[in-house]
Design a binder for this molecule. Structure first.
Ligand SMILES: Cc1ncc(COP(=O)(O)O)c(C=O)c1O
Length: 210
């Protein structure tokens, strides 16, 4: 019994420490041992340079995508002020930002943009679930064409997170984005490390991955 009580107390202390650490996201990142080695392995997997890899606390809660979005919007010189950060961008105002997403995608691809949409006018172009067995590709291409390729950002995964077996040809979309000057952002979680992924052929502007 005593052993058990002691065990519970230890567990309780351990949990408190774990919860405190979770709330201090920066410590979980710095607590990673061999970060440079991890960056270099990950860079190899996606065929990038290790200097291009940043280790951040999460993708699922929008952290990584928020960083990518910041960089992209700054690159686009969009008037943008984001409350959660201690800095703000205030560049020349631009038209509404058009963002293409897939229906029912993981929150990691949605939250960051929804948050930004409170400050900045974003038109969400949502690609509906495919009804045919041909999957997402024809419908994504069709929607891009219907918008005359007048889209600012495409934010896509390589596989839809809840459609078993769905596959998005990122190299093809990357080419279309490149041709029409569309920023291309990817959530590679669930496919990177399992399926071939090469940032050089995909020509994307950012990849997030857990
Ligand atoms: C597509 C996708 N993005 C992100 C995540 C999770 O990210 P995190 O572990 O940082 O919450 C998942 C987890 O299942 C996922 O499926």
């Amino acid at each position: 019994m005593a052993k058990r009580l002691c065990h519970v107390r230890v567990k309780e202390q351990g949990n408190t420490v774990a919860v405190q650490r979770e709330s201090q996201t920066w410590t979980t990142v710095t607590a990673i041992s061999h970060p440079d080695e991890i960056r270099s392995y990950f860079a190899h997997i996606i065929r990038a340079a290790s200097e291009d890899i940043a280790i951040v606390p999460s993708t699922g809660t929008g952290f990584a995508m928020t960083m990518i979005a910041h960089n992209i919007l700054r690159d686009m010189q969009v008037k943008f002020k984001f409350q959660s950060f201690s800095f703000s961008f205030s560049f020349s105002s631009k038209k509404k930002v058009k963002l293409l997403l897939l229906q029912d995608e993981m929150s990691s691809e949605v939250y960051a943009w929804q948050e930004i949409a409170q400050e900045l006018e974003i038109e969400f172009i949502i690609v509906p679930h495919p009804t045919s067995s041909q999957g997402w590709m024809p419908i994504i291409l069709q929607i891009l064409q219907e918008h005359d390729y007048n889209v600012d950002i495409c934010c896509l995964p390589q596989v839809h997170w809840s459609d078993v077996g769905s596959h998005i040809d990122l190299a093809l979309i990357g080419n279309v984005c490149h041709l029409h000057d569309i920023k291309f952002v990817i959530d590679g979680t669930q496919s990177v490390g399992i399926m071939p992924f090469n940032v050089q052929t995909i020509r994307c502007h950012g990849v997030q991955c857990t």
